[in-house]
Design a protein around this ligand. Structure first.
Ligand SMILES: [Zn+2]
Length: 103
């Protein structure tokens, strides 16, 4: 058996090259596996094309550096809490069916 036949797939994230974990396997054994990156949360199925699954073929403009992840903005942003008005209280109690509108 040659070395390449015995080789396991790369066990690093295609996007940021950090460690990955197995999320789940197909219900029918050995059909596919879903992997996830523990750093950037990128996830992919083993049956996807190499540009999605192989670090050397992952599109360079989409690659991330793990050390930069903390500098990225949180998307989507968490909305500010709305002040409750009389109409919103009625909506919450189910007395009206139209919800409050953010201002
Ligand atoms: Zn990653």
């Amino acid at each position: 058996m040659s070395n390449s036949e015995n080789r396991k797939p790369d066990l690093v994230c295609p996007r940021c090259r950090s460690l990955i974990e197995v999320l789940t396997n197909s219900p029918l054994e050995c059909v596919w596996t879903i992997y996830s990156c523990t750093t950037c949360l990128y996830a992919w199925r083993s049956t996807e094309p190499g540009e999605n699954t192989e670090p050397e073929n992952y599109p360079e403009p989409l690659r991330l550096k793990a050390k930069n992840l903390t500098k990225f903005a949180v998307v989507p942003t968490i909305p500010t809490k709305l002040k409750f008005t009389g109409m919103q209280n009625l909506f919450q109690k189910g007395l009206i069916m139209v919800g409050p509108v953010a201002s």
